[in-house]
Design a protein around this ligand. Structure first.
Ligand code: HEC
Ligand code: HEC
Length: 400
């Protein structure tokens, strides 16, 4: 068990550690003092039944008998227990406890974090052969393995349901994964890529390009006309001309970025606008809002958190969700023009992984979209800094 790379203690200064120690031990000592002082206090001897002098409510009086011995012992046992507990477990400020002296699993002392990591390690080791098998099974075959699909459902409910819904049918802004309508494709390799690396669907605001709110409404009507939704025919005709603005991402026939045979728009993820399936809503108000404000939608990357084997099981689970009875409706492999894009993307990833490994960075952070963006920005900044450093500073020049 390696030490965590950062300080997990809540104590940033030694003072608070001693403060806690003083309060914790002070409490135990206080109990001890009360106990001993009460044992030494003057009380009735056995057989002596002398009453205390005070009387309440006319006739209520009390004896002054000592506490029963067994009760006193209980208090001593409690105090001994507290001291032993403080010696073994972390309870005294930043003192880590010494459970390691008793349990060989915790050589650095017990902590909740250590215990959790230990449990995860044990479970992972138990499941490793199973997940190795899954990782080496084609996604389409994995979808036929009932045991893998039970695992997939569990993983989905725990990690994906909060956004995509427990039946994977989605919500406003979160795509339905069961309807055969895809932003990035329902091919096994595309689904796996979506989950592994995450996705980022960005539509910039088109308000400036369209110039007037009336023009936005015109285009919105044209968008509605594409799916035969109720619309104003005259406005739609005006909007049609302006759709060239949108065609670069949504494609000229508005069938979505995945239909781009050059593969160039694939990663943009612009949806099909002709199918009455809406991410945000097909009413004029929502479409106007999308065009005016734009959209920015993030699907997190799961590679780091779940690892490639679990992601593969999830890809199989998601892939087989769109079905008619026993038949899975999603295609089993990507069309040629996209296989190339997906393959190139995979190679770029593999290279990223190797680079990350070579530079000692955590491998799993190499591929996620936000990490990829952050990494590129950092590299650019480092390069700029290196270039600036390479130029001799004017002051140094003068001193020479
Ligand atoms: C924080 C919310 C969130 C969580 C959690 C989440 N997703 Fe997503 N997911 C999204 C969003 C948003 C998109 C759409 C991204 C876009 O518009 O570009 C998406 C897209 C997808 C896609 C691509 C859909 C398409 O049409 O091509 C797949 C597949 C997917 N998610 C699967 C999963 C799986 C499996 C999990 C669990 C491991 C998961 N998602 C967890 C928000 C989430
Ligand atoms: C730079 C690429 C790009 C351009 C240009 C663009 N869009 Fe989009 N559009 C997207 C993306 C990506 C999404 C999906 C956003 C998401 O995943 O949340 C989207 C979403 C939408 C939606 C929401 C669809 C739904 O299912 O709810 C509408 C409507 C839309 N675009 C219309 C337009 C119109 C009209 C134009 C031109 C005036 C346009 N877009 C220009 C990329 C673009």
């Amino acid at each position: 068990m390696s030490e965590l790379p950062y300080n997990t203690s809540d104590f940033q200064s030694e003072f608070w550690s001693y403060w806690i120690i003083a309060i914790a031990l002070g409490g135990v000592i206080f109990c001890l003092v009360i106990l001993v002082s009460q044992m030494m206090a003057k009380t009735n001897k056995p057989g002596q039944n002398e009453l205390k002098p005070h009387v309440w409510d006319d006739n209520l009086q009390e004896y002054n008998h000592p506490m029963p011995r067994w009760w006193v012992f209980m208090f001593f046992i409690c105090i001994a227990f507290a001291l032993a507990f403080f010696a073994i477990y972390p309870g005294l400020g930043s003192y880590k406890g010494n459970l390691g002296g008793f349990l060989k699993d915790y050589p650095q002392g017990w902590t909740a974090v250590n215990q959790y990591k230990k449990e995860v390690e044990t479970e992972d080791a138990k499941l490793a052969p199973l997940y190795d098998k899954y990782l080496n099974t084609p996604i389409v075959d994995l979808a036929k393995d009932p045991q893998a699909m039970i695992v997939g459902e569990r993983l989905f409910l725990n990690n994906c349901a909060q956004c995509h819904g427990s039946a994977a049918t989605g919500a406003v802004g979160f795509p339905n994964l069961t309807d055969g309508d895809w932003l990035y494709g329902g091919w096994p390799e595309a689904i796996e890529a979506s989950i592994l690396g995450g996705r980022n669907g960005v539509m910039p605001s088109q308000a400036d390009a369209l110039k007037t709110p009336a023009a936005v409404v015109d285009v919105a009507n044209y968008v509605q006309s594409l799916s035969n939704s109720p619309h104003d025919v005259v406005a739609a005709a005006r909007g049609k001309e302006k759709f060239t603005l949108c065609a670069s991402c949504h494609m000229p026939d508005a069938k979505g970025a995945i239909t781009d045979v050059s593969g160039a728009q694939y990663a943009v993820g612009a949806p099909n606008l002709t199918d009455k399936i809406w991410l945000y809503g097909g009413d004029i108000k929502t479409i106007t809002e999308t065009i005016t404000k734009g959209r920015n939608n993030v699907m997190p990357s799961w590679e780091c958190f779940l690892g490639p084997a679990r992601v593969r099981v999830l890809a199989a689970y998601v892939w087989q969700k769109n079905r008619d009875g026993d038949k899975v409706l999603n295609p089993t492999s990507a069309p040629d023009y996209l296989s190339k894009v997906l393959e190139a993307d995979k190679q770029a990833w593999t290279k990223n992984l190797a680079d990350a490994k070579a530079s000692g960075k955590p491998e799993c952070s190499a591929n996620s979209v936000p990490d990829r963006v952050a990494r590129e920005a950092k590299l650019a900044a480092e390069k700029a800094a290196a270039e600036a450093a390479a130029k001799p500073a004017p002051v140094a020049e003068l001193k020479k």
